[in-house]
Design a protein around this ligand. Structure first.
Ligand code: NAD
Length: 287
């Protein structure tokens, strides 16, 4: 049993904190929006969710907020506290908060997740983790409760690096699958026939086989529920912005990543906000 502070109890954080409490850990939560979570004690101030905890986990919207919150956590934390940030943020902010934690000698991990709100609720997330071996060893039992898999990707910031590479593949592949369905429509191939062939051929990929963007085709997915997310288009845009920023800063040639970012930006700005990211297919149909 561990004493755990959990900061950021939104769509992802709340079910993750709930699962830790259900597994028998003593969890104290804090969110500026005053959110109550089953089994989780509510702290009146953020410092109350930090002082005396063995582990403090954050699940917050962006790098700027993570930097600010981590400054306050590091001031209030006990010397042996492990700090884990599970938010999806830019690599620079991730590395900056590791450096901040290292100054007073605190262990820290960046551990963004894949699996969405469904995975958070079911405790089946995948964690991509950056930080020292000692920090990973301490955090691993908690990842095993909140998720199904935790991959130690290397040093500080490498969890975020893995996350943005994965989601760049996802954004590009989803657009590719949607374009193939759109082309099939125009050239007289049924969507079902396209799925039956491509999902068992070299065109197979997660965006097609598991999360098919065409309603009524393939396994149940957001397209079968009027594109209710799932994984919202604006979150995909956020992740593609992060990968393009990293690519530009580091001289990586990611032409398709850039194009995918531009397509999602146009989609979100054009009314796609709040729709699942697979709704790009409906957008192509409209021309
Ligand atoms: P969310 O907006 O539902 O939750 C964020 C929470 O942080 C909110 O409840 C907000 O009140 C709280 N918060 C903001 N500033 C705070 C502060 N200073 N102190 C305490 N609490 C504060 O977002 P979410 O969907 O839970 O996503 C959280 C993170 O997880 C994001 O970085 C997102 O990119 C990532 N992520 C989300 C999904 C998804 O499907 N939702 C999937 C993978 C990763």
């Amino acid at each position: 049993m561990m004493k755990i502070g959990f900061i950021g109890l939104g769509n992802m954080g709340a079910p993750m904190a709930k699962n830790l409490a259900a597994a028998g850990h003593e969890v104290t939560g804090y969110d500026t929006a005053d959110i109550s979570v089953e089994g989780v004690a509510k702290a009146a101030a953020m410092e109350d969710a930090v002082r005396g905890q063995e582990v403090v986990i954050t699940m917050l919207p962006n790098g700027q907020i993570v930097r600010r919150v981590h400054e306050a956590i590091i001031r209030a934390a006990d010397p042996e506290t492990l700090i884990i940030d599970c938010s999806t943020i830019d690599i620079e902010s991730a590395r900056a908060v590791h450096d901040m934690a290292a100054e007073p000698g605190l262990l820290s991990l960046d551990a963004p997740v894949s699996g969405g709100t469904g995975g958070a609720a079911a405790g089946t997330l995948t964690f991509m983790v950056g930080g020292s071996d000692a920090a990973f060893a301490k955090g691993k039992p908690l990842f095993e409760i909140m998720g199904r898999k935790a991959v130690h990707c290397g040093a500080a910031g490498n969890g975020q690096a893995a996350k943005i590479c994965n989601n760049m593949i996802l954004g590009i592949s989803m657009i590719g699958v949607c374009e193939a369905f759109h082309l099939a429509d125009r050239i007289g191939l049924t969507r079902q026939a396209m799925f039956d062939v491509a999902s068992t051929s070299s065109g197979s990929c997660w965006s097609l086989n598991t999360y098919c963007p065409a309603p009524g085709v393939g396994p149940d997915s957001p397209s079968d529920h009027d594109y209710k997310p799932g994984f919202a288009a604006e979150l995909m845009l956020k992740d593609l912005d992060l990968s393009q920023t990293a690519a530009e800063k580091n001289g990586a040639a990611t032409e398709l990543g850039r194009h995918a970012r531009d397509i999602y930006k146009a989609f979100v700005d054009g009314g796609g906000e709040g729709k699942d990211f697979s709704a790009i297919l409906a957008k192509l149909e409209q021309g």
